[in-house]
Design a protein around this ligand. Structure first.
Ligand code: AMP
Length: 187
């Protein structure tokens, strides 16, 4: 019950993570959400992260890795979790490996949500978050391609990757996801 969700901004991984986490009663750990809350509360993490989030670039690894170390060490993370938005580059992926080894929490499946690029900008603009403006979106998609996409090959080599097409309805993607992780058998 430990899942890593990969996919570009706007691929729908947050929506699917929310649904699955509720169904399995495990925490949905979204680094983006944690950062937005920290920014709203003006904590020291929030103050350091704000400029990066606002411009759509990655918050420095040391901040994110420290945040995840703390979050994954909490009691509610012991029996499972869904990671949404972390890791986002190779150095975060390797830090996660080390962290999970220490915590003795091996991950299971890595789900890669795939959407045609032409649909992404449209979806993001509809969402209307503060960092969802055309320029920031362009930057986030570029960073995704350059830094996050290489993780697909990494997890593929480790034979734990499942790719789902998510340019369909939330319900259809959710059923595919449940099937991919063995929660549902479809005839
Ligand atoms: P998200 O909600 O996943 O789209 O994340 C929103 C923003 O938070 C991103 O554009 C980054 O600025 C920052 N962020 C979220 N997760 C990470 C991460 N793992 N590493 C660095 N920055 C992150």
């Amino acid at each position: 019950m430990r899942f890593i969700f990969l996919g570009s901004p706007g691929a729908g991984k947050g929506t699917q993570a929310t649904i699955l986490a509720e169904r399995l009663n495990i925490p949905h750990i979204s680094t983006g959400k944690i950062l937005r809350a920290a920014i709203a509360e003006e904590t020291s993490l929030g103050l350091e992260a704000q400029a990066y989030v606002d411009e759509g670039s990655l918050v420095p690894d040391r901040l994110i890795i420290a945040l995840m170390r703390k979050r994954l060490s909490r009691d509610d993370a012991r029996n499972g979790w869904i990671l949404d938005g972390f890791p986002r580059n190779l150095s975060q992926a390797h830090a996660l490996d080390r962290l999970l080894q220490i915590l003795q929490q091996p991950y299971g499946r890595v789900i890669n949500f795939e959407v045609p690029r032409s649909l992404l900008t449209e979806r993001l603009l509809e969402r209307g978050r503060k960092d969802d403006n055309p320029e920031t979106i362009r930057r986030r998609l570029e960073i995704y391609q350059e830094q996050t996409e290489p993780l697909i090959a990494l997890y593929e080599r480790r034979r734990c990757l499942v790719t789902l097409r998510s340019d369909r309805s939330v319900e259809e993607v959710s059923l595919d996801l449940q099937e991919a992780i063995g929660l549902l058998v479809r005839l």
